[in-house]
Design a protein around this ligand. Sequence first.
Ligand code: HEM
Length: 434
Amino acid sequence: KPLTGKEGFIEATWKFIRNPVEGFGPLAYRQPIVTAKTLGQTLHVISDPEGMNDVLVRHADKFTKTAIDARILGPATKEGLLSVHGEQWKRQRKSVAPIFRKRHMEDLAPLIADVIEQFKARIDQRPNLDLSAAMADLTFDVLAKALLGDPKGLDRDRLKTATRAVVTGAGTLRPDDLLPWPRWVPRPMTPRGSAALKRLKRAADDLIIERTQHPADDLVGLLIGAENLSQRERRDNLIGFFIAGHETTALTLTWALYLLGRHRPTLDRIRAEVIAVCGDKPMTYDQLDHLTFTRAVIDETMRLYPPAPLLNREPQVEVEVLGRILKPGDAVLLNNYVMHRTERLWDNPLLFDPDRFLRDPSLRAKGAPYMPFGAGPRICVGAAFAIMEAVMVLGTLARDYDIIVADDVYPRPLMTVTLRPEGGVPASLVRTDV
Ligand code: HEM
């Protein structure tokens, strides 16, 4: 039964503003779809594989992303894959997807291993850190090195500061984001945020010019070589990779390391697996498929803490989903966070149990109740890169360090656009051989 009237409005809006993944509270865990009227808009929250498949796969062409999404991502990546629709999206996806092919991933693995070694040298000097900040730093360096190569004149620190400021600013939901603004109303930015965005766009333009003059096989080179993209689309896609690929992977690693700090036996199992497969050397691409438990820990982490916890869509025509008619102008929220944690679909959903992915590998199959990378034609284009990076970082750190998280550190998962640990995760990474 739709949640309407004064009670529905106050309950849904208030919960939503405080922490959108908890919006609609217990109802969303019990029901596959919850509908509410808030601020003049009808909102459908779906936390069920069949409903998600209807929206993301079966009727994908009847939906676009919502105005909220356009307002948040638009200023940085309006003409990039993340934001475009229809024929423009189809053309871009065809051009961009080959960049993330297996043979390119193989080439990137040694570069990622190098960045991890440099990161280890830094934490050996300063073992006490905030896991969220440290992982954001590391995944930025991985993207910059593995995807951009070493272009002349690139000021990495400036690029990093600008990207962080844009991701942090754009990625923080504000109460005014929940009002049903038309797409053309710009989202106000702080002076700091808009200065950072300008710097990021300039850096991306410079990189593309530099790579056009000095061609190379890195991401920018492949993007320039990709057919059928305009200059603006190239730039917005480059920025889009940084926005979509940086914090999501950082958060997966932050939550995974936090969980290892809490579950010593799991850390020991990863360590034993990595030593058995890789010895004490940096990992290689061929070894990754043998790190099945490490991979299961990444999967289980993204089940409990999906970095993109809430996807959004807007129907362009009337569509029936789970017995409800969704109409143009309605907002549809696909709640991965609740779907991954409901007793309707999982045994012991709140238990951290990586073995569930080894006992039942079909959990990763399309249409399963596990969709950290989305589903259907718009499924994450960088998923293979993200998994490779996450397994390499988690495996190497678990092999070489003990992870110490104080007993009173218990961060609440707070949804902004991604699922961040509220207040960060203070921890120490202590070398096993000292
Ligand atoms: C799309 C999650 C890493 C680039 C998506 C979507 C999800 C997602 C859920 C679908 C959004 C929707 O349907 O509304 C994640 C997670 C990651 C990750 C959990 C890390 C653990 C990356 C990386 C890159 C990337 C490393 C690139 C370097 C993109 C792009 C899209 C996308 C460009 C848009 C695809 C399209 O619309 O065709 N991601 N992502 N992501 N992701 Fe990722």
